[in-house]
Write a protein that binds this ligand. Structure first.
Ligand SMILES: [Zn+2]
Length: 269
């Protein structure tokens, strides 16, 4: 609504009361609004459109391990709820596989596998609950060794995007932004960090939207090494970020930005 239409609406409302007090009041109102509009001609929406906070994204963050256990899990469990409170995300961190059930997942928007590993002993019902949760419009997010998880469950490979097969570079390297406009990317500029960089069994690029990739030249290599991606899954969404080996990565604001964007995108809220 423009300033002009606000003034017109207020004037009509006041005029119908037909009292001198109201008439004076309506004149004052018009003058005040006119003055306010004169001071802010470039942003009429600031008067009429209240800021609506983004809806809270409820995240079940599982970090159970049945293989290698990263020290960074403790950091993730400490850092994510804290930054979530500032970003409109509510985290429930758990190591308890019984949290994976159809009834419990109904309390969440996103299921996050934070550095899970190995063959998590999920029952068929639990696996079905995970697939139904995402197929029915919710989100899945995996970090780092989420691609070293559930290798014997082919539907999970489709959900997470690929399985890691090697990590030849644990060093400082340069990460390139492959898709700066996708809402799940969360970062615009390339960056350098010390990480354990993964190589996947099959390049997920044909199946997903790659968001970040390794600058292969920064590790003296050549080729295409995606590091973060997003994909649709049924009516839901899946996001994966291969970074997250070191505790320092989880404390890095650039990584936190990526995860917040990925989680919110996956939630579709
Ligand atoms: Zn690692």
């Amino acid at each position: 609504m423009s300033c002009t239409s606000i003034i017109a609406t207020r004037s009509r409302t006041r005029c119908c009361k037909n009292s001198s007090v109201s008439s004076v009041s309506s004149v004052v109102t018009v003058l005040l609004l006119t003055a306010a509009c004169a001071r802010t001609p470039a942003s009429p929406t600031s008067i009429t459109t209240p800021t609506v906070p983004a809806p809270t994204v409820r995240v079940l963050m599982l970090s159970a391990t049945y293989g290698f256990r990263h020290d960074s899990i403790a950091t993730a469990a400490e850092v994510m709820p804290a930054i979530g409170r500032l970003s409109g995300l509510a985290f429930t961190a758990t190591e308890d596989l019984s949290a994976i059930s159809g009834s419990n997942l109904s309390n969440y928007d996103v299921l996050m596998f934070a550095n899970t590993s190995g063959e998590l002993p999920l029952t068929n019902d639990q696996k079905e609950a995970v697939l139904s949760f995402v197929n029915n419009g919710h989100g899945f997010v995996g970090t780092h060794s989420a691609t070293d998880t559930l290798r014997e469950w082919s539907d999970y490979e489709r959900l997470v995007g690929a399985y890691v097969v090697d990590h030849p570079w644990t060093q400082q390297a340069h990460v390139l932004v492959d898709n700066a406009t996708h809402p799940a990317t969360g970062i615009r500029d390339p960056f350098t960090l010390e990480e354990e960089f993964y190589v996947f069994g099959s390049n997920p690029r044909p199946r997903v939207q790659v968001l970040l990739r390794l600058d292969a030249t920064s590790v003296g290599a050549a080729g295409d090494y995606p590091l973060a991606w997003a994909q649709s899954f049924g009516n839901g969404r899946s996001y994966y970020n291969a970074l997250g080996h070191f505790p320092a990565t989880w404390r890095d604001a650039r990584y936190q930005q990526q995860l917040i964007a990925g989680l919110r995108w996956a939630s579709n809220k």
